[in-house]
Design a protein around this ligand. Structure first.
Ligand code: SF4
Ligand code: SF4
Length: 378
């Protein structure tokens, strides 16, 4: 195989088995390699120690409140859609100790935290997820207040994106203009091509460090037939979105419908379990807990993911601002699709569909918006 020297913007092909070399090159460069793998009947994100850790030959079926994995008829490496995890679990961990202290005589001494997190390489980041990372970048490191824990993880991260070769039944990235093709924010992007029993990847180089890694992987120059095959795959995916969301005037629609009876309807079904916020790749709310041991000698402060669906989340002196499920569901949906735009300049939703799939009662953000739209236009 002819080995070319690669630079930013180049397109090459690699054989499917050479994903092994890509993972090795990343490990040799000091990255902890994280990617999709099967655990407890779901495709989750965890450390990949071998190519066999990928869900090779598996896919998923998703619907409102439904998720299951099943075998595919081929050996695709990335033949599934997003699962319950998102990359925020690495960049913005669900539990993070902010400081700890030990009793030293009659006083407490605050001890330094390890501020040197691993250098992560993320394998298989989808277009919607790249947009979600971009949104969290804005929240955690591009505003007035910078989160050092997020920034130190994010700045070191290496991203291997994957163009989606199929759309899930709860996906609506085309409506949110976040996919299915990755356009920016990656070091390398892959399109998996399986044609006539030939299994390979078209690889696009998005950064100088992407080129440096790819130069260590056996590859060939891409031909027009390869780029055309990749384009066909993404076009087909875009045509097969499981859901759609009409975003025209959505901010005004939601701001003008605080009292719409549909909120009662959703509240009657919603369990206020907070699943939708835990799985959402853009949700960023946290709470802080202070803990001491029983002897009173060690103390620590821990930041944990929180959710606007809990009563405590909006608790101030005298009680909770959002004491009803109706007000909490309305707050979540209106923030995602309307006030997020005022706050951060984009929607807070990337159309990944996780909140639909992982809602135990199958409440569907696209259906709720449509119900309000239909009432307003009828
Ligand atoms: S609101 Fe739902 S569909 Fe939108 S990004 Fe969050 S989990 Fe995905
Ligand atoms: S919308 Fe669904 S997932 Fe979200 S809090 Fe309500 S029941 Fe739970």
């Amino acid at each position: 195989m002819a080995k070319l020297s690669i630079s930013l913007g180049d397109k090459v092909t690699i054989k499917s088995e050479n994903i092994f070399n890509l993972l090795n090159a990343l490990r040799n460069a000091g990255y902890s390699v994280m990617g999709p793998t099967i655990r407890d009947g779901a495709i989750v994100y965890d450390e990949l120690t071998a190519i066999e850790d990928l869900p090779i030959g598996w896919t998923d079926e998703q619907e409102g409140g439904v998720y299951r994995i099943k075998k595919r008829l081929d050996n695709a490496f990335f033949g599934f859609n997003v699962g319950p995890h998102s990359w925020k679990k690495f960049l913005f961990p669900s539990s993070l100790r902010l400081w700890h202290a030990e009793k030293n005589g009659s006083a407490f001494q605050i001890l330094p935290e390890n501020n040197d997190p691993p250098k992560f390489a993320f394998i298989g980041v989808r277009a919607c997820e790249l947009h979600a990372i971009e949104i969290q970048d804005k929240v955690f490191m591009n505003g007035s207040y910078i989160d050092p824990a997020y920034k130190s993880r994010r700045e070191k991260a290496f991203i291997v994106a994957v163009n989606c070769g199929q759309a899930g039944k709860t996906c609506f990235c085309t409506s949110m203009k976040t996919g299915p093709k990755v356009t920016a924010g990656y070091d390398l992007s892959l399109t998996e091509i399986i044609e006539d029993a030939i299994h390979y990847f078209l690889v696009e180089v998005g950064s100088a460090k992407g080129a440096e890694i790819l130069n260590q992987v056996p590859h060939e120059a891409a031909e027009s037939k390869d780029t055309e095959a990749a384009e066909r795959i993404v076009e087909e995916t875009a045509k097969n979105m499981g859901r759609t969301l009409d975003t025209s005037n959505i901010k005004e629609l939601l701001y003008n419908n605080y009292d719409n009876p549909r909120w009662d309807d959703a509240a009657n079904r919603c369990l206020s379990c907070s699943n939708c916020t835990m799985v959402c790749p853009t949700c960023f709310c946290t709470t802080v807990e202070d803990v001491t041991d029983l002897k009173g000698e060690n103390s620590e402060r821990v930041r944990k993911w929180d959710s606007c669906f809990t009563v405590d989340f909006s608790f101030i002196h005298g009680g909770s601002i959002r004491s009803s499920v109706r007000s909490r569901y309305r707050q979540w949906l209106t923030h995602k699709l309307a006030s997020w735009i005022d706050q951060f300049g984009t929607s807070g939703c990337v159309g990944c569909g996780r909140c639909i799939t992982w809602c135990p009662v199958g409440i569907d953000i696209t259906e709720e918006v449509k119900a309000i739209q239909d009432q307003v236009t009828s």
